[in-house]
Write a protein that binds this ligand. Structure first.
Ligand SMILES: C[S@@+](CC[C@H](N)C(=O)[O-])C[C@H]1O[C@@H](n2cnc3c(N)ncnc32)[C@H](O)[C@@H]1O
Length: 399
């Protein structure tokens, strides 16, 4: 997502219309029921799961626009087809070296990335046998189908939508752009008496944070994490941790018969993620292109994200038998995949079109925009070739 500085919620956010507020209220009732069932408080990952994915009500499951200028945020594939064209060049390398194969995209948003990757691979004569899309949101699945039917009808027979990971396995490439940041996380606080889990409770008819003793499994993870840091967490330090990552990657590892997984997301290494100066964690919410840090604001109407911890992704990958084959920032990755050649091909376009593309490339690659904040990680299985996206710079030593 392109991003600006977090705001204070009350002051600046646009007021949703009555229908949207009604929808949010239904989700609030659903979350309250979950709270009641569990003695008054639920873990934040459960809250996040309900707020984003509760069927028919959650942010990703219900029908709000989400992506684009009239939505809540813009992702790289929405910003410019060049992003997906570069990614297609990476897929092309893997598919050609494997001889054949499929692409599996996780969480395909509006379908923009699938469309532009398929068009680029068609141009390069390297189409995958199948382009599988695993989409947990029924609303987005419908939008992807409408989009691809309209824009690439001649390639539609290669696209298959899945509700769960494919049983028969994939040889080829697994892609996930801005999916890691949408995975539910737990929240914790380091206090003078140790770690507390920050759960979600109810106070004065509003959701509030409730500190409770961290259960054994979470406590072990947090103590292990703290041991890996240069210094213990300072008192009152708040942050997030994804305790489901290994299990999630293990599911993907079982599905990948041979090939490469590429994760692109805004994120850091463990040392950067839990830097002492990042006292309030990385939780961010997106509503109509405003960014703020209150996940309890109109649940169901806004996106809730937390940055990816790429060291944790690498460690979990290692634990489930995947090899970490590359880690770099978005700029190096795009240039490694051939951004410069793609731009050179656009020389024939008129000046207006070239200016537009130059602006898009600036947002994709400038360090203060998406270029440095976004990282790319490749995990491989039974695939030893060097990947072109990491040829210019591989920063695995930073993990
Ligand atoms: C921020 S959107 C990114 C969409 C798209 N990749 C893009 O870049 O425009 C997050 C996406 O992740 C999907 N998602 C969330 N959890 C998922 C999971 N466990 N498996 C697959 N997709 C998931 C959501 O449904 C949504 O499509």
């Amino acid at each position: 997502m392109t991003q600006s500085k977090p705001l204070k919620t009350e002051s600046i956010l646009p007021v949703p219309d009555q229908d949207a507020l009604f929808q949010s209220q239904k989700l609030i009732e659903c979350i309250k029921a979950a709270l009641q069932k569990q003695g008054g408080a639920i873990s934040f990952d459960e809250y996040m799961k309900l707020a984003l994915y509760e069927p028919g009500l959650g942010y990703y499951s219900a029908g709000s626009r989400k992506f684009g200028s009239d939505g809540d945020f813009v992702t790289a594939p929405e910003l410019s087809p060049i992003f997906s064209q570069c990614l297609a060049r990476q897929c092309e390398q893997v598919l050609n070296e494997l001889g054949t194969g499929n692409i599996l995209e996780l969480g395909a948003g509006t379908g923009a990335m699938a469309r532009d990757i398929l068009l680029e691979l068609e141009k390069q004569n390297s189409l995958p046998d199948k382009y599988l899309i695993l989409e947990v949101s029924a609303d987005l699945k419908q939008r992807q189908q409408d989009n691809l039917k309209e824009t690439i009808p001649h390639l539609l027979d290669r696209v298959t939508w899945l509700d769960t990971l494919p049983v028969e396995g994939v040889s080829g490439v697994v892609l996930a752009n801005e999916v890691l940041d949408a995975l539910p996380v737990k929240r914790f606080k380091k206090t003078s008496t140790g770690f507390k889990e920050m759960k979600v409770g109810l106070g004065d008819n509003q959701f509030i944070w409730v500190g409770s003793d961290a259960e054994d499994k979470l406590l072990k993870s947090l103590e292990g994490l703290e041991n890996d840091l240069a210094a213990p967490f300072p008192e009152n330090y708040i942050s997030e941790i994804n305790t489901q990552l290994e299990q999630w990657l293990s599911g993907l590892e079982k599905v990948l018969y041979r090939g490469v997984m590429i994760f692109i997301d805004y994120g850091y290494s463990t040392a950067e993620y839990y830097h002492p100066e990042r006292m309030d964690g990385s939780l961010l919410c997106h509503y109509r292109h405003r960014v703020h840090a209150d996940p309890f604001y109109n649940p169901g109407l806004q996106d809730i994200t937390s940055s990816a911890n790429f060291t944790a992704v690498a460690e979990s990958a290692d634990a489930v038998g995947l090899h970490v084959s590359g880690y770099t920032n978005q700029t190096y990755f795009l240039f490694g995949c051939g951004l410069e050649e793609l731009l050179a091909d656009m020389n024939q376009l008129d000046i207006k079109a070239q200016t537009k593309i130059a602006q898009q490339v600036r947002i994709l690659t400038m360090p203060e925009e998406m270029g440095e904040r976004f990282k790319v990680m490749a995990l491989t299985k039974k695939y030893d070739n060097a990947l072109k996206g990491f040829a210019l710079m591989d920063q695995r030593v930073r993990l």
